[in-house]
Ligand binder design. Structure first.
Ligand code: ADP
Length: 473
């Protein structure tokens, strides 16, 4: 079985969030379980030159919208699997990866170029695995071409939803420009008077998946469907949830190159050294008996920052530290900064994106906060589990699938979770965690339960293989 994974971002070439982690790791994991896969992703201005191993196609002529665009394709295996990076400077050499008015046009081009590239490099794949709205265009193009182009006749498509909140909506006039002017494709894109790339992906792909079992249910409800829940319900018999994996080659406190002291379940004491270094790095007093609460995230409403704002004062009153790494909406960045100004001896803030620091925080912190409004899968809670950093999460999406409440009677559970999006419910769990932290044996018990979890990509990759086989059948 030959698989082509197409994604707008993939680690280590590019990353703004979980999609990048998943698209980078899945092809490698697929190869480990014996599946032949290639990854196709854009070559951004941000993609480091060291990852571009060679030029695979010098003259990729992409005939699109009546013009011929000259592009290149680089080749790399920097993510552990064959990767083609499409280099088209006018579309991808920008200050940031997303955030432009013409993003739909940039990814429509990318999709078409990816399909041109596939045709150029060999036989059609059995499955094209598409990710998020950025790939809705390819779903439409393959579904359409399959009807008359022999090359694509046997290819089937899987469309994975990583976040339903981003749908790639644009004006319908561009459909005509992109060549989706037939009734079949047009109808697939049309959504409330506009065009939606997410809707095309959901409508025209052979099967659908999303990144946790719980989120597969949640997106069928209006509050998480963002206007497309009816379509997800309609296609529910073609939808499954597969919880993302963790790349334990990258996120493993035993081998992590970014952290100052290595540890695992058998020598958890060494985690204290990471904690000491983390406090020093943020110029906080080295009081190792006080817990560090941490948060690493894009600062958007989705991540429950409003709840964090409501409980921060209580956390500080307990004498604990809070460390935040993130960037995003100004009001949230301002909040963290003002909290730091208010309690400089207890609060550490880094505004921005910093991969290395993310590892140091996972290793040095005691408690990780993820009170998300919604969370398709979430990765940091799984990293936290492996690093012995106890997660407190809201019971939504992948957070609900991967975190179990600690039960002090039978000693089971790997963290703390609450249901309603309310600060008092969040605080209850925070107090419970502080109570457990005060007893070293209890705390160790929770840490070890988390460290024993196996959220490896190998498990997830096997489920994707089953999905691909189902899609072909
Ligand atoms: P989402 O995809 O919604 O952003 P996930 O939890 O699925 O959320 O994935 C987020 C990924 O991005 C994690 O690997 C997390 O560590 C990383 N990340 C988010 N913000 C930052 C930041 N400021 N610095 C470093 N890594 C970050």
């Amino acid at each position: 079985m030959r698989i082509a994974v197409i994604s707008a971002e993939a680690v280590p070439y590019s990353k703004t969030g979980g999609l990048g982690d998943v698209a980078g790791a899945l092809p490698k994991a697929l190869r480990r379980v014996g599946v032949d896969s290639v990854l196709i992703t854009p070559c951004y201005w941000q993609t480091k030159g060291e990852y571009l191993w060679s030029t695979a196609v010098e003259d990729l002529n992409v005939d699109w919208r009546g013009n011929v665009y000259l592009a290149k394709a680089f080749y790399s295996e920097a993510n552990g699997s064959p990767t083609f990076l499409i280099d088209a400077p006018s579309f991808f050499h920008r200050d940031s990866i997303y955030g432009y008015r013409e993003d739909h046009e940039r990814f429509a081009f990318f999709n078409h170029a990816a399909l041109v590239l596939l045709q150029r490099i060999g036989a059609a794949p059995d499955i094209v695995h598409l990710n998020d709205w950025h790939c809705g265009f390819a779903a439409a193009e393959i579904a359409s071409r399959r009807r008359w182009d022999r090359y694509w006749q046997k290819t089937r498509t899987v469309f994975s939803i990583h976040n339903m909140a981003y749908q790639g909506v644009f004006g319908t006039e561009d459909l005509w420009k992109f060549g989706f002017d037939g009734e079949y494709e047009r109808n697939a894109f049309l959504s409330n008077g506009a065009a939606s790339a997410m809707k095309a992906g959901l409508s025209l792909s052979d099967t659908l998946s999303t990144v946790s079992r719980r989120y597969a249910v949640e997106i069928q409800m209006p509050e998480n469907g963002y206007g497309l829940d009816w379509l997800v319900r309609q296609r529910a018999d073609r939808l499954i949830g597969i919880t993302n994996g963790v790349d334990y080659e990258v996120w493993n406190p035993r081998t992590d190159q970014e952290i100052g002291s290595h540890y695992d379940a058998s020598n958890l004491e060494a985690k204290r050294e990471c904690k000491r270094q983390l406090l020093e790095q943020f110029s906080l007093p080295v009081k190792l008996d006080r817990p560090i609460f941490a948060n690493i995230t894009r600062l958007t409403a989705q991540k429950g920052i409003d709840l964090m704002m409501q409980v921060a004062g209580e956390i500080l009153s307990s004498g604990s530290f809070i460390i935040s790494l993130g960037s995003g909406e100004k009001r949230y960045e301002d909040f963290w900064q003002s909290l730091r100004d208010y309690a400089p001896q207890q609060v550490g803030v880094y505004r921005g994106y910093n991969e290395s620091l993310a590892h140091k925080i996972e290793a040095g912190a005691d408690i990780f906060l993820m009170p998300s409004k919604f969370e398709p899968c979430g990765l940091n809670q799984m990293y936290s589990l492996r690093y012995g950093t106890v997660p407190i999460v809201r019971a939504v999406g992948g957070l609900d699938d991967t975190v179990q409440n600690f039960d002090s009677i039978d000693g089971t559970g790997n963290g703390f979770k609450f249901g309603p999006y309310r600060s008092d419910k969040f605080l209850e769990r925070i107090y419970e965690a502080l109570f457990a932290y005060a007893d070293p044996d209890t705390w160790r018990n929770i840490q070890l339960n988390g460290m024993a979890e196996d959220n490896s990509w190998e498990n997830a990759a096997r489920k994707y293989v089953e999905l691909y086989e189902w899609t072909r059948s």
